[in-house]
Structures are given as C-alpha cells and as structure tokens.
Design a protein around this ligand. Structure first.
Ligand SMILES: [Zn+2]
Length: 366
C-alpha cells in the first residue's frame, strides 16, 4: 500500500471542544476543557489572540470559520472582557458565552410546515392562479427532503381551517356590514381586494379583510394536507382561522392579535429555541407565522426554497420586514448542519449573545 499521504496527514483536531460539549451534556467540566483548549499559554486566561481563535472556531461551518470583520471580533472581545484588563478569564468566558454556545451547539429546533393544503395547490385558492404564478406543489418534495434529512426535535403542521361563513371568503362579502370608510364597497369588490368591515361587538370597531375565494373549509378535501406530504407521528397540529369573524394568517395569533393558538405553548413545552418555517404562502401565512415566531423570541429561519407565494412584490416587502427583525433566510441544503449545531452562523448567535448580556446586566449599546 502506498499510503504515504494518508498515514502522515494528522487529523485537523484531536479534540473539538464544541463537539465534546455536546457529547458531554454541557457539563461544567467540559466548559473548563473548552476554555483550556484556547488558553495557548496555559496561564488561566485568554489573550486577544486566544479569543480570536475561539471566535473563529465557534462561528464556523463544520470547522470552516465564517468570515468576521475585525471590528465585530473586537466588539465581542470588549463585551466579554467585563473588567477591561485586556484578558478573558474563565469567569468572563462562562458569563458571556455559556448560553450562546449551548444554543448554537445544541439548538432545540422545530419545523413549522405552514398550510400545505390542497386548496392552495390545486383547489380554489391555487397559487398558480395568483399574480406570482407560483406552483405550490413544488414545496412538497423540498419539505419532504427536509423532513427526511434533518433531525428536527419537533414538527408542526398548520392548517387554514375555516367555517363556511368565514369573513375572508369573497362569497361571504355581503354577510357583514361594511364600514362607511371602507376604500372599496363590498358590491364593487373583486377577489384579492381589501374591504373594511364593521367589527364584531366588543371586539374591534373595524376589520380590514382581503377577500379570498372560499378555501380550506373545515373537514373538506381542500383543507387536507397535500397527499404526498410526509406525515410525522407525534407532530403538533395547529388549526387557525376557525373564528368566523377574524382571519388568521399566522399560526401563532389571529390577524388582530386577539387570540392565540396553542402553537407557542406547545413549542415552549418542548423547550424549542429555533423555529424553521416552510410552506404556503410566503407573503401571507408563512411570513406572518415567521414574524410572530420572531416576536415570541424564537431564533427564526425561513427556508426559502420550501416556500411559494401569492405576489412577488409582497414577497419582497415581507422579506425585508422579516430580515430587519432578525429572521434568517436560507436554502434547505444548509439546514441539516444548522440543526445539528455544526453550522454556527454569526447572524444567528448574535441575538442570543446580546440577550444574555442584557440578562446579566452587562449590555452596553454602542
Ligand atoms: Zn384562509
């Protein structure tokens, strides 16, 4: 055997502190080992250079460091060096980084599959008939691949689930009183127009409602999940838009934020930290769900190639809003590494780090 190269090339690391932390349930001892690993002079503290090596090992994808600006690394150094002695001691490391490391290396991740129902794919509100001309069924194989390849802790399916007399149905536009200030009269309205209705007593004075063709009526085939979508046992199932008077795009709250579904409670019971959102439609129920996930303090990731939408311009508007609020956008191929904790993105961990500083009273906005 001429195995000269293979026999001589050393393993890149004989010890990976982050893998080791995960394997040892984040014990105090492993955090100490992690600290020692980067303490090059073995003097019980990190120099700036040690800290830089820690940062590039931590913010990495399968041991390939993410590029980070020097200013940002310096900012992390200053944020960690509580006593400003230009060294990082073990105590500073633990206080500043323990939570952030744990969440990055072992996130608890939920896949929230939004409204992959027949009516949005081949039925009365099929996306291919909407302005963006998207094919809703294209999300199904992508989501199936994600389900198969990614080790999610929790999977949730959401359903648009309307009673026959639902306010969002174009066919029902005469069932309710329109508000005098409505920009469009119910008589003149077309599908996808927005009408202002008088709100139900004691709830709200007016309700702004986009008129959609009747869709996802409870217990009809149109409200079923697409037949090819993989069903996971022990999944969470969330039904929304069940109140005839108020529509609900998000799987967390209705459109007026008057009542919430069980989704948030069920995710918290399972200690979920990260929410990945996929499904239909990007600019309506997917973006609304992602926005509320952000508001509920989940680290929120939208898997773009697993979503299809109604209107391209709206998709761009919602994307910008979500990005501004800290939602991350990725394609499905990178999700396995992120969920495994091997792909640790600076933009995902940043919020956790800042939140932790606030919690321990060490946050100094710049
Ligand atoms: Zn609906």
């Amino acid at each position: 055997m001429g195995g000269k190269v293979s026999s001589m090339s050393p393993a890149p690391y004989d010890y990976d502190p982050f893998t080791s932390l995960r394997q040892n349930q984040f014990s105090d001892e492993e955090y100490e080992n992690c600290f020692r690993f980067f303490d090059s002079q073995k003097r019980g503290f990190w120099t700036r250079e040690d800290f830089r090596r820690f940062i590039s090992a931590f913010f990495s994808n399968k041991q390939r460091p993410y590029f980070m600006l020097n200013d940002r690394i310096e900012e992390y150094f200053q944020d960690t060096d509580f006593n400003q002695d230009e060294k990082i001691d073990y105590n500073e490391f633990i206080l500043a980084w323990k939570t952030t490391i744990k969440l990055a290396v072992r996130p608890i991740s939920a896949l929230v599959i939004v409204d992959v129902q027949n009516d949005f794919i081949s039925g009365s509100l099929a996306l291919h008939s909407c302005p963006a001309n998207h094919q809703g069924e294209e999300v199904v194989p992508v989501i199936n691949r994600v389900i198969r390849n990614v080790n999610f802790d929790v999977v949730a399916y959401t359903y648009d689930w309307h009673p026959l007399n639902h306010i969002s149905f174009y066919e029902n536009r005469h069932l309710r009183k329109e508000a005098p200030e409505s920009p469009i009269r119910a008589d003149d309205a077309h599908i996808l127009d927005t009408v202002l209705f008088v709100g139900p007593p004691n709830l709200t004075s007016t309700i702004e409602q986009v008129l959609w063709p009747a869709h996802c009526i409870q217990k009809t085939p149109g409200a079923d999940l697409h037949p090819d979508l993989i069903r996971i046992d022990n999944a969470i199932h969330v039904y929304k838009g069940t109140n005839p008077e108020i529509d609900s795009y998000s799987a967390f709250w209705d459109n007026m934020k008057l009542s919430k579904t069980s989704l948030d409670d069920q995710l918290r019971e399972r200690f979920v930290t990260d929410v990945y959102v996929v499904g239909l439609a990007t600019d309506v129920c997917v973006s609304a769900t992602a926005m509320h996930a952000v508001e509920n303090n989940y680290r929120t990731v939208l898997i773009e190639d697993a979503c299809r939408g109604v209107n391209e311009r709206e998709i761009e508007v919602k994307r910008a809003e979500l990005a501004e609020n800290g939602c991350i956008f990725v394609d499905s191929d990178v999700v396995p590494g992120m969920v495994a904790g091997d792909d640790r993105r600076p933009e995902v961990a940043r919020g956790t780090f800042v939140e932790n500083l606030k919690t321990i009273g060490r946050y100094h906005p710049r």
